[in-house]
Design a protein around this ligand. Structure first.
Ligand SMILES: Cc1cc2nc3c(=O)[nH]c(=O)nc-3n(C[C@H](O)[C@H](O)[C@H](O)COP(=O)(O)OP(=O)(O)OC[C@H]3O[C@@H](n4cnc5c(N)ncnc54)[C@H](O)[C@@H]3O)c2cc1C
Length: 309
């Protein structure tokens, strides 16, 4: 009897579940289609707007690719032209750009954020550094683009920075998570009204994954005592000048990011990296009490001192 009733109840439940699942699917499909149609519309409507910088307010805009440069084994610099060569993008520190594409002429849009790395006040261009993930939808599409091809963008505000908001910023990046850190470090250091110190700790897999090294070296030279970059390499080349391993408590202390130090009384930590790195740094809630505290809490950081991109 029990079995029969157990097997009889599903037919009454299933239509509701199916209806719910279908309505979610329909809603998701409608939302994706809506964004797609809007992006398609804008793809055909290039978009200088009332003399205002193009990304000073939300909206989708199509930009042509100006040039590309392969900067290491898997990362390309893509430089896009703004419609008005005399104006900067209007993006604020820090911002990303949501990219919309229709790879291989498909109908379903692919949306992914990328972080501009050229100076935000540079007129005429926005520049992205895109790491290629094999099989990755958007990164494969972006790496296949040729000068003249167009891509649709919309601005997204990220961590909002005001000059001297904190005395010291600790930027901890993993892999391609370096791009928002680079935008912020440059934005802070190049502003003569901002005296914030910046310490970058960047964890990568191999020496070949380190790009922007010359740019960071130039910042260290131009702003001695205010900027320092520390590289940590999981599998370094023989003779590599960099520390081996992952971003640990010891590495952060050695880099000068101990929150208990007097000079770190007003420090803020930003984290941007792959999920395993973020988990190691910020901890994780585990099943059955197996939670991990995370390297930053072990060092003494409070939750409100940590921000994740
Ligand atoms: C705010 C923000 C800013 C970003 N800025 C940049 C940037 O400036 N430059 C840049 O290259 N990327 C940046 N990213 C990541 C980017 O948005 C995409 O997630 C990334 O390019 C992969 O997209 P995809 O469509 O190629 O891969 P998908 O099709 O989404 O994924 C395919 C496979 O690729 C692998 N993969 C995807 N993403 C990652 C990852 N982050 N780490 C490890 N493996 C991964 C996985 O195996 C996944 O299964 C940023 C992300 C965020 C949230």
């Amino acid at each position: 009897m029990f079995r029969v009733s157990a097997f009889r109840s599903p037919p009454r439940i299933r239509p509701t579940l199916q209806a719910n699942t279908m309505s979610v699917q329909v809603a998701v499909a409608a939302a994706v289609a809506g964004i797609g149609v809007y992006a398609l519309y804008l793809r055909r409507n290039n978009s200088a707007q009332d003399g205002k910088p193009i990304f000073s307010s939300f909206g989708f805009h199509s930009l042509p690719l100006h040039s590309t440069e392969l900067i290491n084994h898997n990362t390309k610099r893509l430089r896009f032209e703004l419609p008005d060569k005399s104006q900067a993008s209007g993006l604020s520190l820090t911002s990303a750009l949501l990219t919309v594409s229709f790879p291989n002429g498909g109908w379903i849009p692919v949306l992914r954020p990328y972080t501009p790395v050229n100076d935000l006040d540079e007129p005429g261009f926005v520049e992205l550094l895109v790491k290629h993930y094999p099989g990755g939808k958007q990164s494969t599409h972006l790496h296949s683009m040729k000068p003249g091809d167009r891509l649709t963008f919309a601005p997204i505000k990220e961590f909002a920075w005001t000059p001297n908001k904190h005395a010291h910023m600790g930027l901890i990046a993993g892999g391609a998570g370096i791009t928002p850190m680079y935008q912020l470090a440059r934005g802070i250091l190049r502003n003569p009204d901002d005296q914030t110190r910046v310490t970058l700790v960047w964890g990568v897999n191999t020496d070949a994954d380190i790009f922007l090294k010359d740019e960071f070296a130039a910042l260290e030279k131009a702003y001695p005592g205010r900027f320092k970059a520390v590289y940590v390499v999981a599998t370094p080349d023989p003779g590599s000048p960099h520390q081996k391993g992952f971003v640990t408590k010891q590495i952060l202390e050695k880099a000068g990011l101990n929150p208990r130090d007097e000079k770190n009384k007003d420090i803020k930590i930003l984290v941007c990296g792959p999920p395993p790195m973020e988990k190691a740094l910020k901890g994780a809630k585990g099943w059955m009490g197996g939670a991990s505290k995370g390297v930053l809490a072990e060092l003494g950081y409070r939750q409100d001192q940590i921000h994740s991109f």
